[in-house]
Design a binder for this molecule. Sequence first.
Ligand code: AMP
Length: 212
Amino acid sequence: MKPHLIILGAPGSGKGTQAARLVENGFKHISTGDLLRSEIAKGSELGQKVSGIISRGDLVDDNTVMALLKANCSVDKVSYIFDGFPRNIAQAEMLDAELLHGRKTLAVYFKIDLGILIDRVVNRRTCGSCGEIYNLSTKVPLVADVCDKCGAIGTLKQRKDDNREVVANRLKIFAETVEPMLAFYRSKGVLVEIDASMQEKDVFSELETVIS
Ligand code: AMP
């Protein structure tokens, strides 16, 4: 079995896009942001509890997200790509102690200048039908308002937390929390860094090299 991949990177660094592509290489993609948004869409108790936190760009508490993650993955049979988890050192320790229990893992840091990310995230659009990610300035659909991947019409949406003010808060939190996580995985000898400012296809081929 391949190692579980833990993708670390700022909002807009390309984690979700690359993780979706890696599914074709036999990994299963799990995004705690997607799980939380789906709870909000369902209107569940959990969704109601986290909706305000997410719309401000703050972090949901560690135990709540960990419980949601545990309920949605079973790490024995398939190698996961963890996207959006961990978000701080406490979550990195919990992931190891409560879910992975020392299983083989590789942490990949998508390194990029944070200064370019606000515009990138504000221009991001996601297909509400299949989840394909676009960018209004760098990756527009071939036919306006039609998803290249699934053909759905008029489904491209902007996430509510992808506005300038909230993205600035999300980036600030990322900058404050990333170093201890990098040190944690570096000390275990499982950290690799990728230059996430490269073109999408080049990031992907580097990722393939790293995991092979
Ligand atoms: P993402 O889709 O990864 O950008 O996450 C969207 C939002 O969901 C974040 O800004 C947080 O509010 C929340 N969130 C996602 N993952 C986590 C996590 N591991 N810990 C705490 N909050 C999270």
